[in-house]
Design a protein around this ligand. Structure first.
Ligand SMILES: Cc1cc2nc3c(=O)[nH]c(=O)nc-3n(C[C@H](O)[C@H](O)[C@H](O)COP(=O)(O)OP(=O)(O)OC[C@H]3O[C@@H](n4cnc5c(N)ncnc54)[C@H](O)[C@@H]3O)c2cc1C
Length: 402
């Protein structure tokens, strides 16, 4: 839809959508508010946000980045607003504004949309050399002939469509879930009481020095384990490594990453001076929530009645160590439905990212999550989809001109 709205009227565009309504997923994004990009895309290197495809996206993102996306949606009449961590949303907080704007712009550009039409296969006609797209609509098979095909089918492939691309010479990185919550062995007994507590800043890493996978952001304690952006981003960067470990691995949580040893000492020094009579377990430091602090204080061996005036240095160290190196055994991932993005898809080496055209089949284009490109949370996945759609529009426009 984005492509159709950018290509303008120079090309006759026919969109095949298997759902009864277009952009069903887009409406769900950002909890129904559509976090459609992130301004950090324009200033930081893509390696921070794209576990797969960062190198490929470097130049395309310079051609059409976050500012371009905002300007484009504003030109369609969508007022935009920035929230924390540079995330951009429609100011109305309603993803329908983005979807409706795209639908309007595509229709104005003359695109024809066939809803409830599932593409089954793409072939090259031996007679005309053109593409033959077979699709199923109202239980009837039909064929559509075209000079170009752009595939933007998202992360889930039907076997028949996938097989037809393999027959055309393409290959796939195996699909794996990315951006999911984690279940922990200790959750039942140890951290389950903390369910619902969220820390603004925490770090999670794989407790294995040979695999450097970590993420730092907001962390949420759940009934089963851990979630929130820190965990989703960790599973994004670790999608393949964690799958290879069958989602069972030791992890280390740092619940106070802003506080190095000096800052930890300063916090306790100040508490000893100002709040000497307060009980340690009842008086949290370093901005931690009361419930979490008392659980960790007790877990580290500090007795309930211990006050800051008689807290030993050893007790202080134990508590700080537990808060900064909390070891958990991850026992699995959240159920299938909770995954946000698929890692895997058409191999990036088979696509020319300066045009988004297949290096194997001329005039076949790809965009979005169907390629082995994916991002962490924060608006980066949709930005990648817009960027690739824009490159397709630009390259097709120049092919038509020439
Ligand atoms: C719940 C949820 C929330 C998310 N929130 C955000 C967010 O706030 N910000 C962000 O950046 N990313 C978010 N994402 C990720 C983001 O939605 C995707 O990365 C993005 O939608 C990918 O765009 P796409 O066009 O490649 O694929 P999709 O949006 O998946 O679109 C593909 C379309 O192709 C159709 N299709 C598939 N196969 C066929 C076929 N054979 N024939 C015809 N039609 C077909 C599908 O029905 C679908 O409409 C979220 C994902 C989920 C699941």
């Amino acid at each position: 839809m984005f492509f159709a709205s950018r290509i303008g009227g120079g090309l006759s565009v026919h969109i095949f959508e298997k759902n009864a309504h277009p952009m069903k997923k887009l409406l769900l994004t950002g909890g129904g508010r559509c976090n459609f990009t992130n301004m950090r895309v324009d200033s930081a290197t893509p390696e921070y946000f794209y576990p797969r495809g960062a190198k490929n996206l470097r130049k395309p993102l310079k051609r059409f980045g976050a500012k371009s996306a905002v300007e484009f949606f504003e030109s369609l009449g969508v007022e935009c607003r920035m929230e924390d961590n540079f995330r951009m949303f429609p100011a109305s907080g309603d993803s329908r504004d983005i979807a409706n704007a795209l639908l309007r712009a595509s229709k104005n550009a003359g695109a024809r949309i066939y809803c409830g039409a599932e593409v089954e296969k793409i072939e090259l006609s031996k007679d005309s050399g053109k593409f033959l797209t077979t699709y199923l609509k109202d239980s009837q098979k039909a064929k559509f002939e075209s000079d170009f095909v752009l595939l933007s089918t998202g992360g889930e492939w039907s076997d028949s469509l996938k097989d037809s691309l393999i027959r055309l010479g393409h290959s796939f990185e195996a699909p794996l879930p990315s951006l999911y919550s984690l279940n922990a062995e200790a959750a039942e007994s140890e951290t389950a009481p903390l369910s619902g507590i969220s820390l603004k800043d925490a770090e999670i890493k794989l407790d294995d020095p040979s695999a450097k996978i970590s993420a730092r952001a907001q962390l949420l304690f759940t009934h089963f384990g851990f979630s929130g952006p820190a965990v989703l981003n960790f599973t994004g960067f670790g999608a393949r490594e964690l799958a290879a470990r069958k989602y069972r691995f030791p992890a280390l949580l740092n619940l106070i990453p802003e506080f190095d040893q000096n800052k930890q000492r300063e916090s306790f020094l100040s508490a000893r001076a100002k709040f000497s009579k307060k009980r340690v377990a009842n008086f949290p430091l370093m901005g931690l929530p009361q419930k979490l602090w008392s659980l960790f204080a007790l877990k580290s061996g500090i007795p309930c009645e211990r006050t800051y005036s008689n807290l030993s240095k050893g007790e202080e160290r134990n508590l700080c160590r537990l808060l900064s190196e909390f070891r958990v055994n991850i026992s699995g991932k959240s159920s299938h439905k909770a995954e946000l993005v698929v890692c895997g898809g058409i191999k990036t080496a088979e696509i020319d990212f300066s045009t988004m055209q297949s290096k194997i089949v001329p005039n076949l284009f790809f965009a979005g999550e169907c390629i082995d490109v994916d991002a962490i949370t924060g608006g980066f996945n949709l930005q990648a989809a817009w960027t690739m759609g824009e490159i397709c529009a630009q390259s097709l426009a120049s092919i038509i001109k020439s």
